[in-house]
Design a binder for this molecule. Sequence first.
Ligand code: ADP
Ligand code: MG
Length: 319
Amino acid sequence: MSISEFDLIRRFFTRATPGALLGVGDDAALLQVSEGNVLAVSSDMLVSGTHFLSGADPFLLGHKTLAVNLSDMAAMGAAPRWAVLAIALPEADEAWLAQFSAGFFALAQQHGVELVGGDTTRGPLNLCVTIFGEVPAQQALRRSGAQAGDEIWVSGCLGDAALALAHLQGRIALSAAEFAACAPALRQPQPRVALGLALRGIASSAIDISDGLLADLGHILEASQLGARLYFPALPASPALHGHLSSPLARQCILSGGDDYELCFTAPVARHAELSKIAARLDLPLTRIGEIVAGQGCIVHDAAGNPLDVETRGYDHFR
Ligand code: ADP
Ligand code: MG
């Protein structure tokens, strides 16, 4: 006999939630925000066929379902606290659910996030998390805060996830070692939560890179009503890309590749040294890639200082 909806919730999605007044099991969870903080709330949905293939590894899918939401908390400078999970399943496959929830809770525990509710229905596989974090209102990292003269920074390296995907799709042939180097970014992205917290009071704006550097930086520019100058040679290309830098695909992975979940942020020049210290403390490279300028749009310069002809539009579900 197959498992009931309530047994499913109890077995796979109910854990202790000491940080909530009330967690899974009632009509709603009850949450108390800490003194001096406001709630930062965000949802991200993963749809089978669009964000992953139906045969995707369930443990990694559980990780990624939460990771993309944690990344939004990081980009806001918020400390993630609670999540709710709305899930549609074609069937109650217990082995699949065990792996999915193990991947989800492993990452949740790493970041001190508690699953406090959700919804479970039958339907084409669809995974939607809403995450709740805390941040002092004045320290939230908004997209609109960039100032002319600010430096533009990016964490980690760019293009890994897009490169791994291109390899899987047969658009580029990587060596086994190259694929091994870039695949974790696609399969198991690490949200930059600690960096987001460290950037409170330092960064003037921030965004996480889910649709590609140029598209996501473009959102900062639009919200801040400013422009940007980037230096292509300064961009921290994935080491797996170093052997392919002459290919147009490599350039595309770096500038427009999605799914990196690194942070792109701006900060006054006077904060440069502090940012170098944060990079060392978090053992996470932070690279200055350009600067905010008056005007609009983003110009990417090559090594000779000439503007590159680049596509600035990122992935768009409806275009
Ligand atoms: P309701 O009928 O009031 O919507 P449900 O029967 O859908 O309640 O859910 C019962 C309890 O289980 C609620 O507390 C709900 O938040 C929780 N819940 C349902 N699905 C999930 C899930 N996938 N993950 C975590 N909690 C869940
Ligand atoms: Mg319900």
